[in-house]
Design a protein around this ligand. Sequence first.
Ligand SMILES: [Zn+2]
Ligand SMILES: [Zn+2]
Length: 361
Amino acid sequence: MIPKKSNVFLFQASPDPGSARSSSFEQAIAPGNSTLHVCATLETLNVLIKRANENSGLLIVVVGYERATEGKDDHMWELATSAVAQIRNSNLHDAFVVLWSASESADAVKRSFWQRNGANMITESLDSVRSVLTTIETQLSGTGPLSTCPYCQIELPFYSLRIHMPLFHIQQGNKPGLCALCKFTHPKLAVHMSEAHDPSQSHKSKRQPVFSLVVARRPLDGKFLMVDEVCSWGWWLPGGGVDIGESLANAALRETLEEAGVDVELKGILRVEYTPSPHSSQSRLRVIYYAEPKDLTPPKCIPNYESAGACWVSLEQLKLLHLRGDEPIKWFQYVADGGAIWPLSILATERENCVFVANPF
Ligand SMILES: [Zn+2]
Ligand SMILES: [Zn+2]
């Protein structure tokens, strides 16, 4: 069944639900939008879920919550977690749940908790909430042959489904599904849609075994930038494959912006790795860059094919996260311990002039 419209609700887990915070939300999100409703009790939320179920509208619930001062009882935390659980335990498998919270968004451990408990997106930014609501509304009004989502069985036009899958199901792993354009069932439909049907014709179709990875540290508090990978692979360094014709440095900057939403300045190189293979086309080259952010823009929070989001993480928090591998631990400790960072000029093309660097030995 195709949902005809979306119903947007703000569930305010706050001692004062009619606060300035919820009115700022209403002003920012829904000027003139009659479908936005504010509620503050689980009973009201239950009624709204039932109503959305009956009229087959898509339910979007934004749960507003801020953590109480550490050490104090936080009844609102129980209310917010119960609200998310209530939505997830309903029959509305296509509901979209945003946790709107500065205290939870900036902490990778708390972000992981809310994702495990059913939030599709965690953000402190009202602009990001507005942006994702617009995206969801736009996908409902798309045209073209319909495709079925293998996760929630919703039917959407092909390119709308392409946007829908990472937004709604990024934590659910790969599933097989029929591609309406190829007329073929692919074992990993989301991967196929990401790589084979990118309307921007981006770099993804051109691959070589050359990679740039970025260890980015924020001088303000010594935290490191981590990406929450798609399909619950775990947290990992920003970075990825270098496009054919692209420089390693550009790939490092591009991937950090795409996966983490952070504009960084490359400051140096931690290591250059070349792993030979008997198959010439499979010999791998990886460069691990050291970088720092250009400004204090919060990391990306809207799930898409690049990542589920990103966060600045301390060494202590790193031990509490599900990691894709142990490389971030090694590199973050190395940088925190004052390990050598080599000048960017040690990596050059054959035509570039020699840059003098003083002998460090
Ligand atoms: Zn779906
Ligand atoms: Zn296809």
